[in-house]
Design a protein around this ligand. Structure first.
Ligand SMILES: NC(=O)c1ccc[n+]([C@@H]2O[C@H](COP(=O)([O-])OP(=O)(O)OC[C@H]3O[C@@H](n4cnc5c(N)ncnc54)[C@H](OP(=O)(O)O)[C@@H]3O)[C@@H](O)[C@H]2O)c1
Length: 394
């Protein structure tokens, strides 16, 4: 039975509020009366930290925040890589005495990062946040610890991935995946009332297309839109699990509020029922951008024969694309569907379901093109895909 946190108001400590997912969570949290949100942000000094918070609050969607809502957010300067997060004993004491909920969202999401950096930020950073949360828990103040993770802690495994499984037997594609896996182990071994939310690939808002970032799924789509993706190391049957950021935040908030779900892990993913394949997404992209379909080749053929050849005969942007694109390749032939039954058991009853990407793809692309893939504020009136060709750059 759903046991909603009876005292939903209180002080929330949020990390990662300047990021893609974190800002969406912040905007939701400050719209709730009774909430006070303390954002832990890294900055050179307090003035810079305050300016970073103000900037994020200024961007609030879908409508601007009122003065009252803005006043619910405050900032504390802190860094995941510093001992005690760089907080003074007084700051730690104040947070331990007041924080009823922690949402630990901050991380490095760089797939090309070194293991050392990934561990410093994602593993040691999580350890430090857990230590701070434990102080609040020991005082009987903390009720919820929400950890934002990734479905890709499954690494190189194949076959359906259960939400509770945490298994590194097949290894990882990159250090980001490995560090998030190790951080999940820390969260699970804590004595805190935790819930872990594993996201798949997050894209912009399904209602407006808005996105503050154009990484992950956007980069290959941008290459396709510019007619630069003519040979792609991918398998048409590869699984593409995409979720819009509005669904992720709605689902996280609903699951977090249900106290009977503490100690569990949830896939906030499209799942086998709502995910797409590389082939479907490519067809959608080719139709939307009106470009020629790229030639798909098996990754092994691409790496051992084509890529070295292409490196010799390309330069400039195309060579840069070959270099940058390497980190994406494992995800172009991915064969592990993310089971979502644990999340669905709660969310279905609330009518919360991830939408099909086909239903909001055009909105994402309209927004991406209107903002030149994040390079400038969007000019929605100028949204267009010219007839008979790839996207033309303004
Ligand atoms: N986006 C996705 O598709 C996706 C998919 C699966 C899982 N996730 C998970 O979702 C969470 C958020 O991802 P995102 O895409 O929103 O990432 P993002 O946009 O890159 O934001 C990362 C956030 O972490 C903060 N941060 C990084 N290093 C820090 C440090 N040393 N100290 C304090 N703060 C630090 C950043 O602050 P600055 O502003 O100072 O850089 C930023 O606010 C992550 O835990 C990620 O693993 C995301």
């Amino acid at each position: 039975m759903r046991q909603t946190d009876s005292s939903t108001s209180g002080t929330v400590l949020l990390t990662g509020a300047t990021g893609f997912v974190g800002r969406e969570l912040l905007w939701r949290l400050v719209r709730q009366p009774g909430n006070r949100v303390v954002c832990l942000l890294r900055a050179k000094n307090d003035a810079e930290a305050a300016a970073k918070l103000a900037h994020v609050l200024d961007q609030a969607r879908p409508e601007p925040l009122t003065a009252e809502q803005r006043a619910r957010a405050t900032v504390v300067r802190g860094d995941l890589t510093e001992e005690e997060l760089g907080l003074s004993p007084e700051q730690q004491d104040e947070l331990a005495a007041s924080v009823h909920r922690v949402i630990h969202d901050a991380a490095t999401v760089d797939w090309a990062t070194s293991l050392e950096t990934a561990r410093q930020i994602n593993v040691e950073g999580t350890r430090r946040i857990l230590e701070l949360a434990a102080l609040a828990h020991a005082r009987g103040v903390l009720r919820r610890f929400d950890y934002v993770s990734t479905c890709h802690v499954c690494g190189r495994r194949r076959g359906r991935i259960a939400e509770e499984s945490l298994d590194d037997s097949e290894g990882f594609f990159n250090h980001y995946e490995q560090s998030k896996f190790e951080a999940e182990q820390l969260v699970r071994s804590s004595a805190l009332p935790f819930a872990t939310f594993r996201l798949s690939s997050v894209v912009g808002d399904s209602r407006t297309g808005y996105s503050s970032t154009f990484k992950v799924m956007y980069w290959p789509l941008k290459m396709l839109s510019r007619g630069m993706a003519w040979v792609v190391p991918a398998d048409r049957r590869g699984i593409v699990d995409i979720v819009p950021v509005d669904y992720v935040c709605d689902a996280l908030e609903a699951l977090s509020a249900d106290m009977s779900q503490r100690g569990k892990t949830f896939h906030l993913a499209a799942g086998p029922e709502h995910s797409s394949t590389i082939g479907e997404l490519l067809d959608l992209g080719v139709k939307t951008f009106r470009v020629r379909a790229p030639l798909l080749v098996p990754p092994s053929v691409f790496f051992y024969t084509l890529r070295p050849l292409l490196f010799l005969i390309t330069w400039g942007k195309r060579r840069e694309m070959l270099r940058k694109g390497r980190v994406y390749v494992p995800y172009f032939s991915f064969r592990a569907p993310f089971d979502t039954s644990q999340a669905r058991a709660v969310l279905d009853k609330l009518g919360l379901r991830p939408p099909l990407v086909q239903d909001y793809f055009q909105k994402l692309i309209d927004y991406a093109i209107a903002s030149d893939w994040g390079k400038r504020p969007p000019n929605v009136a100028a949204v267009s895909v010219p007839a008979g060709g790839a996207e033309r750059r303004p």
